[in-house]
Design a protein around this ligand. Structure first.
Ligand SMILES: [Zn+2]
Length: 179
């Protein structure tokens, strides 16, 4: 992106229907427009604060829906994942050579902005990353798996993108950790 030119917050919503984008554009023009909508829809933050708690949270989801999928060794909040294209998480399957054996180490890194977020957003991102244990691409099978784990997956992903647009439009964080 060239310096000085404000980025278009709607870039997070590329591919959504024009009508939805018009509504978002209108909300972006009102002060606190997106913030008001998001706070009303998602009033409370979740309570998953540490990497350990995050690991347990993801492990529980996996045990419920993806018992057969490969083991996840590590799950962390990553404060370096701030770029837009990374905001929906990063899935890695790193090959590590151990002696003569090749061992796959799987880790899930979740952008730190999801630490201060409602439970629905954390669930959406966790479901997304878990689905990648079985499906590498963002194809039909991938989204079917996401919906199996969370029937409202698509709504939540859209709203996460709304939040990214809100942040990109210089709106502040909307959720603080529960006291
Ligand atoms: Zn993905």
């Amino acid at each position: 992106m060239s310096g000085g030119v404000p980025a278009d917050p709607l870039r997070y919503l590329a591919g959504y229907p024009a009508q939805a984008l018009d509504q978002v554009r209108a909300l972006l023009q009102q002060p606190d427009g997106l913030a008001t909508v998001l706070r009303r829809r998602y009033p409370e933050p979740h309570g998953v604060r540490s990497d350990r708690a995050l690991y347990d949270y993801v492990a529980e989801l996996k045990a419920e829906y993806l018992r057969q999928a490969p083991q996840v060794e590590r799950v962390v909040f990553d404060s370096k994942l701030q770029l837009v294209h990374q905001a929906l998480g990063l899935h890695r399957s790193m090959a590590r050579v151990q002696g003569s054996k090749l061992k796959a180490k799987r880790e899930i890194r979740i952008a730190a902005l999801f630490r201060d977020a409602p439970p629905e957003f954390l669930r959406m991102i966790a479901v997304h990353e878990l689905a990648h244990l079985k499906e590498a691409d963002h194809d039909r099978a991938f989204y079917r798996l996401c919906e199996y784990m969370e029937p409202r997956y698509h709504q939540y992903e859209f709203d996460v993108r709304l939040y990214l647009a809100h942040l990109d439009a210089a709106g502040g964080r909307l959720w603080q950790p529960a006291a």
